[in-house]
Design a protein around this ligand. Structure first.
Ligand code: PLP
Length: 394
């Protein structure tokens, strides 16, 4: 029996996470084992802690976990609250729903600020909701900065402003899993109390560790939290030398992290953000062109001011299958696109444009999508790639 031929050339990986891992990070991760208490490793570890704080834009606390982003979500809830506490989750899409589901599983009461996934939350409704909570039942507002499933961004500074305008003392929890190191984010300046992040997106690393930035106010609230925990317990962590990790530290990932932080700082964090904006505009220009007279695929996000610069969700015309399009891209052109999640399964495909990415990688992906649209007879206006090129050279 013949083996299935492997496509030649590079897999163009346009998923919104995990993301492409730069060659120098791959080499750095391929490090021999070292004792995590060894002085050589500890020096690198301390540099990484300082570097991640610079990306978070915080001078407060940072805790790491050997987990994917879900672990950091769980840590944020288990460390701050007591069974029965009420949290307000701002609906953005699949990931706000998942966070709420986790809260319920941990015994918390979840109140949701409902929103249209295509347009994002109504901040006036948030202000009214908080102002109406005169007894301060709401202990925290949970906000997903970048909703990876919908391709929308939530203005976290505006969420903080709404809380301040209502004079509400709740904690602000922000999920930056698909925005950190890609989109502007300011933990301290925006008054975010707990920031949830992971290794495998803007930090361009393999999946394997997650972290929470924690404010002084959140650490004080933690002292009164009685939800059972041990692996995620911040108080327990503070007794350890690494002030994180109840257990073995994933040392090789930290060699990779030191390199990815070096790359980010070599480019400059603001320049990293600007590159993401440039590439995202090109993707949106292509999709808007394909939409043509309203028959073709369209941007899932219906508010341009809320379109994400790290991932674009694209809604297929009624009756056309997003997964069939993804299959052509993967099998014929060696391009991997993100699937639609939750109620968007089969209706939406996603182009991830975060992390280690440049213009030709974006154009190659867009060209493959355009060819797949043609091959699958999906109605569209040809010329989206030219529109993207125009956006990149305007
Ligand atoms: N939050 C957001 C916004 C995400 O995009 C993801 C994953 O894609 C998660 C949370 C969950 O993180 P993980 O899959 O690393 O557990």
């Amino acid at each position: 029996m013949n083996a299935i031929a492997k496509p030649r050339g590079r897999l163009f990986f346009a998923n919104p996470g995990p993301t492409n891992i730069p060659d120098s990070v791959l080499r750095a991760v391929a490090h021999a084992s070292i004792d995590f208490n060894d002085a050589e490793f500890f020096e690198l570890y301390e540099r990484c802690v300082a570097g991640v704080k610079r990306v978070l834009r915080t001078s407060q606390h940072l805790f790491f976990y050997t987990a994917s982003g879900h672990g950091a979500w769980e840590a944020s809830m288990a460390n701050l609250f007591n069974t029965g506490d009420t949290l307000l989750v701002i609906e953005t899409g699949h990931f706000s729903e998942s966070w709420a589901k986790m809260g319920k599983a941990l015994g918390l009461c979840i109140d949701t600020l409902p929103a249209d996934w295509r347009r994002g939350a109504d901040l006036a409704a948030l202000r009214a909701k908080l102002a109406g909570d005169t007894e301060h039942r709401i202990k925290a507002v949970c906000a997903v900065h970048n909703e990876t499933a919908a391709g929308t961004v939530l203005d976290i500074a505006a969420v903080r402003a709404a809380m301040d305008a209502a004079g509400h003392p709740a904690l602000l929890l922000g999920d930056t899993i698909s925005s950190l190191g890609s989109l502007p984010f300011e933990m301290d300046a925006w008054g975010v109390d707990v920031v949830v992040g992971g290794s495998q997106k803007g930090l361009m690393l393999p999946t394997g560790f997650a972290f929470t930035g924690v404010s002084e106010k959140a650490l004080a609230a933690h002292k009164n939290s009685r939800i059972p925990k041990h692996y995620f317990d911040w108080s327990e962590m503070l007794t350890r030398r690494h002030r994180s990790f109840i257990g073995t530290v994933p040392t090789t990932l930290f060699y990779g992290l030191a390199e990815s932080l070096r790359l980010i700082e070599e480019e400059g964090l603001e320049q990293v953000w600007a590159r993401h904006t440039r590439l995202a505009r090109a993707v949106r220009a292509a999709v808007k062109h394909w939409s043509g007279n309203g028959q073709g695929p369209e941007l899932y996000c219906q508010d341009d001011t809320r379109a994400s610069d790290s991932v674009t969700a694209i809604l297929m015309p009624e009756g056309d299958d997003a997964d069939a399009l993804r299959a052509v891209c993967r099998n014929r052109f060696n391009v991997s696109l993100g699937a639609g999640l939750n109620k968007l399964a089969g209706r939406v495909f996603r182009i991830g444009h975060l992390g280690d990415l440049n213009e030709p990688m974006i154009l190659g992906t867009l060209a493959s999508v355009e060819m797949a649209l043609k091959l699958n007879n999906v109605p569209h206006r040809p010329g989206g790639v030219a529109a993207a090129m125009e956006a990149l050279t305007a």
